[in-house]
Design a binder for this molecule. Structure first.
Ligand SMILES: [Zn+2]
Length: 335
């Protein structure tokens, strides 16, 4: 009986092991099968997007081809135009050259039809030995202005005042006084605010019209035609300034910069500095235009002025106002 029971146990164990192995293998098969399906789906997706990309690539290549052809066409057109321009230039120059030669050959010195039409340089200031200096005062009028005017009178000196409107309204009566005493009343700015006025041509004109109207009303119709850019014409963006200069020229206004600075823009400059800056630098330029200030607080300038007037007078200078006939000192010019 014992012998009969023994083979049953190993058989059962074998069956259990077999079933376990079958289970594990079955699970792995199921697992691999589902991975196979998901990979197949991914591959299909990739194939699809790949073909989309290929289409895009082909489109872009076609566009690129088209653009290259267009550029080639433009290049040919430009070459053709420049050749035409060169031809035209040659024709023009040859015409002008011929005319010029004709003119010279028929107008030699012996039969000059305009024998008296030559500039008489003896009348020019440089020949007569007379030296001129143009003192200019910016940023006024202020409480200092009448004192400056009195000092100028003492030396029979004329000067130019580039006035500012904002914060100076209470000194409006000095505008007429400047004109009455024979000086040139010119415009500087209404606000003197660089960020505002140099934004655009319109921004500049809007500000300029304010100071122009103020002066015109306060002086009963004095119409200034000279002006000075705050900071000089080399301030602000060159593009905007060039457009302003051209537009102001079109309106008949001329701007004046300076070629000698007194250095009184800084409140740290002493009267002695101002005297030295002016008197040592005027000799390096012809017809010096001197930058000074008569705005509020420029007491050092006022204190320096008698010595400046005396020294320049001793050096033979005549003090003149700028006018439309004076050669303008301009850092940037109209085009
Ligand atoms: Zn100024």
């Amino acid at each position: 009986m014992i012998m009969k029971k023994k083979p049953f146990i190993p058989a059962l164990a074998c069956a259990i092991i077999f079933l376990c192995i079958c289970g594990v293998l079955g699970f792995q098969y199921w697992n691999l099968d589902s991975r196979y399906h998901s990979l197949t789906a991914e591959a299909a997706q990739l194939r699809e997007s790949n073909s989309g990309l290929n289409e895009q690539l082909e489109d872009s290549a076609a566009q690129l081809d088209e653009k290259e052809k267009y550029i080639e066409g433009q290049k040919d057109y430009i070459t053709e135009l420049s050749e035409q321009m060169q031809d035209l230039g040659k024709e023009d120059n040859s015409d002008e050259d011929e005319q010029q030669e004709d003119w010279y050959s028929s107008h030699n010195s012996e039969d000059d039809p305009y024998p008296n039409l030559y500039a008489d340089k003896d009348n020019m200031p440089a020949q007569s030995g007379q030296k001129y200096v143009y003192l200019t005062f910016d940023d006024g009028p202020s409480a200092l202005t009448p004192k400056v005017l009195d000092l100028l009178d003492e030396y029979d000196a004329h000067a130019t005042f580039f006035v500012v409107g904002k914060n100076n309204e209470e000194y409006s009566q000095y505008l007429s006084e400047i004109v009455k005493r024979g000086h040139t009343l010119a415009l500087h700015s209404y606000s003197h605010d660089y960020n505002q006025i140099y934004r655009s041509v319109d921004a500049f004109l809007e500000d300029y019209e304010k100071v122009y109207d103020w002066v015109y009303e306060e002086t009963n119709g004095y119409s200034p035609c000279l002006f000075r850019f705050p900071g000089g014409s080399n301030n602000g963006s060159s593009y905007v300034i060039h457009n302003i200069i051209n537009e102001m020229k079109r309106r008949g206004f001329t701007h004046y910069d300076w070629n000698v600075s007194s250095g009184d823009g800084s409140n740290l400059t002493t009267s002695q500095n101002i005297i030295d800056n002016i008197c040592s630098n005027v000799k390096y330029v012809e017809n010096p235009v001197v930058l000074m200030h008569d705005g509020s607080g420029k007491n050092a300038t006022l204190a320096a002025l008698p010595t400046v007037l005396q020294k320049l007078s001793d050096a033979g200078y005549e003090f003149r106002s700028l006018d439309q006939y004076s050669e303008p000192v301009q850092y940037r010019q109209a085009e």
